[in-house]
Design a protein. Sequence first.
Lengths: 277, 341
Amino acid sequence: MLHIVACIKQVPDTKIIKMNPKTNTMDRASAPAILNPYDAHAVEEAVRLKKRYGGTVSVLTMGPPPAVKAIKKCIEIGADEGYMISDRAFAGADTLATSYALTKAIEKISKIKPVDLIICGKMTIDGDTGQVGPGIARRLDMPPLTSVNKVKEINVEEGYAVVHRKLEDGYEVIQSTMPCLMSVEKEINEVPYSSMANMLKAARYQPIIWAVADLEDVERTQLGLKGSPTIVSKVWAPTKPRGGTMLEGEAAQQTEKLLNILLEKKELFSVKGGDKS
Amino acid sequence: MNFEDYSGIWVFIEVKDGEVVPVSLELLGAGKELADKRGTELAGVLIGDDVTHLADTLYEYGADTVYVYDDPIFKDYRTESYMKALLECCQKYKPEVILYGATSTGKDLASAVATDLPTGLTADSTILDIEEDTGLLLASRPAFGGNIMATILCKKYRPQMATVRPKVMKALTPEPGRTGKLVEETASLKEEDIRTKVLEIVRHTTQKVKIDEADIIVAGGKGLGSPNGFQLVHQLAETLGGAVGASRDVVEAGWIEHHHQVGQTGVTVTPKIYFAIGISGAIQHIVGMQNSGLIIAINNDPNAAIFQSSHYGIVGDAFEIVPLLIEQFKQVFNSEVVDHV
């Protein structure tokens, strides 16, 4: 029986977030908080593996109290248990401090029930780094398997997993000992609509919430802002390009103008037999 | 931690199929500027099986020193083996900065190394600078889906590390015959210590033109309405001999596979000509294509942001414009072929 922990995060929907043009800061109120889309795939994969091999799926998040909503979303997807670590001491954590805090939480979860597999999303849409997953793996001394787009096999008895790891132009098939940590690509699965039963369960569900004091062997200097080697020194709005020439006229005139521009670069089109001399 | 013990700008050299990948050469170019500013050396860390001869290429592209770990154990990239080598090299020679390509290998390795050292790591940087006197690395990157740019510092730890997006930095013009210092190292590592095995590597061969290497890219967005409408993009790409690109919306809607996605969460491209058809121009897309040689936007919304980032724009119905363009293009080029016969 597998015990899978999926690490998740609640994030502002950066696709629709608005910027304050005067201060170059994000108007967080303009974007709803959602379950990080990549993490939905991580939870879905955990649930699928549970169905295939039997076991339990726990989800874990670090965040402020409203992040309970993201855990409920995971329960809707099919997770069994939700854990949240929430404390002011975690605030301002970069990827290194985040992986430290989550590791401490996973160590505590492991005492309740040993963990065989950790699954993370590829990255969060508000941090865009993908560094927390491998960080947790290193801290727990598990092999980190990043860019996983298929879990081919898990052999619980013999303690190994075979996965496809996405490369720029293909994939590699990797066998790893377990326990291990996978961070998964979006394409690994599709998250279906939740069942009514799961939605009802989620509505009532209350996760287990731990503060720093509830975790063991925590070095406070490694938490939050204090434990973060990186700091953001400056933010600015990307420079707006000036915009170019509009090609006016009827459609046929527009395309003709465009064609003339393309013809200036006709050496590029030799593929189609444009210039054989 | 005594910062004075740390010096030199390092680049992790990624090798694929026996060759140095382009981003590593780009990073040598970027690293050279940083090294010159600091008056320090530029080094490459080369890990692999039968790779020592590649050091010559690295010298030509600006490396002063190459640290090499050449052993069959490094035949395939594996986090644990490569990490071990790089950590040992770091502890022995103490660099001030390490740069990695933001590729699946580079990101994987950098994340693991940063945790073990430990030190700070900035992901997907697009601008690098260094303070001459303090050696503080200023790594800037798009953040929050490209809505803002942020400069990230790592003040209290060395080495400072960053992954850097491919195609953003420029490689130096190689200087034939330029040489440097080769430092051969061996890692204290046994096969039994490594818990992963690469069973097989499968490369996509179906991709006609690889998007990150294409001279011409025709990209389409949600404005094309449907997977069927998106066929227009394929038709134009085929006519022009280009690759097909897509916006995030289109990939998320499942009209095309993710490896066609251009932008912050896709690939960064710098073709000679980039067509954006029915793409609104969200910043997340723009950061992935803004350095293209010639950007042409076709959109029916005259206020679409994409026009701000284009060299030429056509306001109109793509379903009218694109077929016309295909037809006119074929006429011109077919007649040229005839002329030559």
